[in-house]
Design a protein around this ligand. Structure first.
Ligand SMILES: Cc1cc2nc3c(=O)[nH]c(=O)nc-3n(C[C@H](O)[C@H](O)[C@H](O)COP(=O)(O)OP(=O)(O)OC[C@H]3O[C@@H](n4cnc5c(N)ncnc54)[C@H](O)[C@@H]3O)c2cc1C
Length: 433
């Protein structure tokens, strides 16, 4: 059955969320715009505004909706979550207000899936309650897209493990209570069994944040960088710091990254919609040569192209969410990769057009478009570069095909035409053809 409608009861929740984000949450974006602000649990002024908002979300039953009921969420499923995330994506702070901010969502997921009871008690519960934040430490300075190149090591030593190496772009490391670190534990094993995952308290001796790296969306001179360049120097952790079994690092990482990518794709629909809304308002408000920008065919083309791309992308995201909800685990793998690739391209194209239609104003920091434009490159890189996901899509699709049986393609027309003639030979003969 195909059905593109939203249940009216759930639509009421979406309407409440939209108004709440616009009126109550967006002011936080304006008051605390710095890169890591939503994650800085030590900023008392921001927390004093944040906490009552989080409380309202909890009372409404909309807190941490990515989680199943066993972890305190509503268990809405991915399709409803997609509709919610479209609203949350419009605001930088909204995911924190609703308990769905990355990377804590992904970290909570793997703690729930692979964590011991003690790890869940110590890390998962405060994370779900929004009391602490966490970081995910996988990428290394010399290698990112291909984890098989990683060299950060963890060696068995007495009753624990000792971690040595460097990690790069560990987002929010400076605010994190703990880090989830991927390290090589058995370099001789098969590539996908070489690494393990560790839960490491951020105050463990030997952890040094060499630099808080700023992307172009953050400002170095204002110390806004949030991506930790970290040295792990003989960092000793107990045996029970392992998350999952030894050699399970890849499996744990995969479990985390799929959900993270699709949630990001859902939020990006909201960001694109915000840029599109701005584009339309501008086209109707600005005049040139005696008419509105909206009356110019070239401008209409920008708007039409943007809407077509946004609707195509949105339907892909919703269908992916539906697949995750309804088909066996792993069935959405290709679709998630498609969302990741499409996200970066559609976002780039729509934000670029919105900036352009706003003329000189579009190039300034006086509209939300500046922050959007500066995060364009990150979208094509974080959680894996576009090329890697395109490779996944192509490989998966190619598995559904086989080589041509002979010298010519199976769609070669001469033999097909001959077979068609043979099949209907009697009829053709009867009609003298
Ligand atoms: C905003 C942001 C937040 C991030 N947060 C985290 C985090 O919290 N924790 C963490 O561990 N990491 C994080 N990362 C790192 C992210 O996962 C890596 O940037 C990503 O995996 C790519 O790795 P890299 O940057 O080393 O690029 P590289 O691997 O060096 O790739 C650079 C370029 O090489 C090309 N390329 C690479 N591989 C292939 C291929 N197979 N085929 C064809 N071309 C290829 C592509 O053009 C690619 O863009 C974050 C990144 C960003 C931008």
């Amino acid at each position: 059955m195909w059905d593109f409608s939203t249940d009216p009861e759930f639509q009421k929740e979406l309407d409440w969320m939209a108004a709440f984000v616009r009126e109550e949450v967006e002011p936080l974006d304006l008051l605390f715009p710095a890169g890591g602000a939503p994650y800085d649990v030590r900023d008392e002024a921001a927390r004093a505004i944040l906490r009552p908002l989080q409380q309202q979300v909890k009372e409404r039953g909309l807190w941490a909706c990515h989680l199943g009921p066993e972890l305190g969420g509503k268990g809405y499923g991915q399709l409803r979550l997609a509709l919610m995330n479209e609203i949350l994506g419009r605001s930088y702070w909204a995911p924190t207000v609703f308990g769905t901010a990355a990377p804590d969502t992904g970290n909570a997921e793997i703690l729930a899936m692979f964590g011991t009871d003690e790890q869940k008690r110590r890390y998962l519960q405060p994370l779900l309650d929004g009391d602490i934040v966490s970081a995910y430490s996988m990428t290394e300075p010399h290698a990112g897209a291909d984890p098989k190149e990683f060299t950060c090591r963890a060696r068995r030593d007495g009753d624990g493990w000792v971690i040595d190496g460097e990690k790069w772009f560990t987002s929010n490391a400076r605010y994190a209570e703990f880090l989830i670190v991927m390290a090589v534990t058995d370099p001789e094993a098969r590539p996908h069994e070489r690494m393990s995952m560790f839960v490491v308290p951020a105050d463990t001796p030997g952890i040094e944040i060499k630099r808080n790296v700023a992307t172009m969306a953050e400002r170095d001179e204002l110390d806004e960088g949030i991506h930790g360049y970290i040295r792990y120097d003989a960092v000793r952790v107990p045996t029970d710091a392992l998350l999952g079994g030894p050699g399970q690092g890849f499996a744990v990482a995969q479990a985390r990254l799929g959900g993270g990518r699709v949630h990001h794709a859902m939020r990006t629909v909201g960001q694109c919609r915000r840029a599109f809304d701005m584009m339309c308002e501008r086209a109707l408000s600005r005049r040139t040569q005696g008419e509105r920008l909206a009356d110019k065919q070239a401008v209409q083309e920008l708007i039409a192209d943007s809407w077509i791309e946004l609707e195509q992308y949105r339907l892909l995201v919703l269908q992916t969410a539906w697949t995750i909800d309804n088909l066996p685990h792993g069935a959405a793998r290709t679709q998630i990769a498609m969302c990741k690739v499409a996200m970066a391209k559609v976002y780039h194209d729509i934000v670029r057009r919105a900036v352009h239609l706003h003329g000189s104003l579009g190039t300034t920091h006086e509209t939300p478009l500046a922050a959007m434009w500066m995060s364009v490159p990150s979208l094509a890189l974080a959680d894996g570069p576009t090329e890697v996901h395109k490779t996944t899509i192509a490989k998966q699709k190619l598995r559904e095909y086989t080589p041509a049986p002979g010298l010519f393609p199976s769609e070669h027309l001469p033999p097909k035409r001959a077979a068609a003639r043979e099949r209907y030979a009697a009829v053709l003969k009867e009609h003298g053809r």
